[in-house]
Design a binder for this molecule. Structure first.
Ligand code: BYC
Length: 337
């Protein structure tokens, strides 16, 4: 829907000389500073375009790969109601991927190129989806913590400077809120259930807490993109700011569930009015990003084989579209004759 009527030049003339580029960049930054939305046909610095392509495509890949760990539990959900809700949630994630691929396409990259980057391992997707879902409680923990972290990160993106990305995020965030609540409700049911169910919920929290904290990305000191992305209002808060907001909101929820956060150093800091937490294992984070997480290989293999299995669907859809276009052209020519 976003890709209609795109032209490569944009509304402003393409600046040629260095001085013109600098002037166009200054006008562009002034628009950002005035909180104007940048639209696909507007002139934009190439680095802004590339940053958005990187972030939006990684985000889209995360949604699609994110379907796998939860999809793993659809056949084993403990009741029909849980199964129906989980199917709807996993389907929502697929939809989020589609909106995001569409938003990225407005920047001049094709969906086929983005898939190629994912399947070849050139593009990243969120570290969180390289962890396994071992029990039903993991489905609850993902909804509560992973979708909870996603909302914290994504609500500010509804105010991102790039129009198509910002607009896609509005609906995504509404759906993520539903996902977070369904996850919390699963955790609440387990935490208030039998001792074995409570233990299962605690075990899931133990395994998902730190990976969820890592979803926000490297610490601000090590984040190579944050400063520029904040100047461009692609990011509205830094990684550490969002991580802290998530911890502050989630710790009281864990207490309500009567579950313990697996961080012995966690304490309320009166001076800062924030929870202070223990050190994050950045070695683990970097290992997962480099492909050595518990499920990296499995996730990419699943995506590659799904892509291969879907080849005939893409071929059929392409042939159908060509047939429709040929028919439309023939009837237009017949009308003109
Ligand atoms: N995993 O300079 P930085 C969801 C990479 S939730 C993997 O801070 P930036 C869902 C980063 O890409 C998840 N890689 O980067 C929820 C960069 O590498 P490159 C998806 C990570 O972009 C439930 C490098 O580390 N959400 O969708 O300023 C169910 C340096 O980082 C991670 C989004 O994508 C990570 N956790 O900030 C289903 C939200 N963290 O590209 C689905 C949109 C960092 O230079 N994205 N890296 O090779 C963002 O907000 C930002 O891109 C990030 C990173 C905060 C993630």
């Amino acid at each position: 829907m976003y890709t209609q009527a795109l032209d490569v030049h944009g509304r402003e003339p393409v600046p040629a000389a260095a001085a013109e580029v600098a002037a166009a960049a200054a006008r562009f930054q002034a628009r950002i500073d005035a909180d104007e939305k940048i639209e696909p046909k507007d002139w934009m610095p190439d680095a802004y375009r590339q940053t958005l392509i990187r972030q939006i495509s990684q985000h889209a890949h995360s949604e699609i790969v994110g379907m796998l760990p939860e999809g793993n539990w659809i056949t084993r959900a403990p009741s029909l109601r849980r199964k129906a809700v989980l199917i709807a949630k996993v389907q929502d994630e697929g939809g989020h991927g589609m909106y995001l691929y569409s938003a990225a396409e407005t920047l001049g990259i094709s969906r086929a190129q983005m898939f190629e980057q994912l399947l070849s391992g050139a593009a990243k997707y969120s570290s969180i989806f390289n962890y396994p879902t071992l029990t039903w409680a993991d489905v609850g923990a993902i909804g509560w913590l992973v979708d909870g972290a996603a909302i914290m990160n994504q609500i500010p993106i509804c105010r991102c400077s790039y129009g198509p990305y910002a607009r896609a995020m509005v609906r995504i965030c509404k759906e993520e809120s539903f996902h977070q609540r369904q996850g919390f409700e699963i955790m609440l049911t387990l935490a208030r259930g039998s001792a074995a169910q409570h233990a299962m919920a605690q075990d899931a929290l133990n395994r998902w807490w730190w990976p969820s904290i890592m979803m926000f990305g490297p610490s601000d000191a090590d984040s190579k993109h944050t400063a520029q992305s904040m100047r461009w209002k692609i990011k509205r808060f830094s990684n550490d700011e969002l991580r802290q907001k998530f911890i502050d909101i989630t710790v009281p929820q864990a207490r309500f569930l009567e579950l313990s956060i697996p961080d012995p150093a966690l304490r309320w800091d009166e001076a800062t009015q924030h929870f202070s937490s223990g050190p994050i294992d950045w070695n683990e984070f970097h290992a997962v990003l480099k492909g050595s997480g518990p499920c990296n290989r499995e996730r990419l293999e699943a995506r590659r084989s799904a892509h291969q299995a879907g080849a005939w669907v893409r071929a059929a859809a392409t042939a159908h579209a060509a047939k429709q276009a040929a028919r439309a052209l023939a009837s237009q020519e017949a009308r003109q004759a």
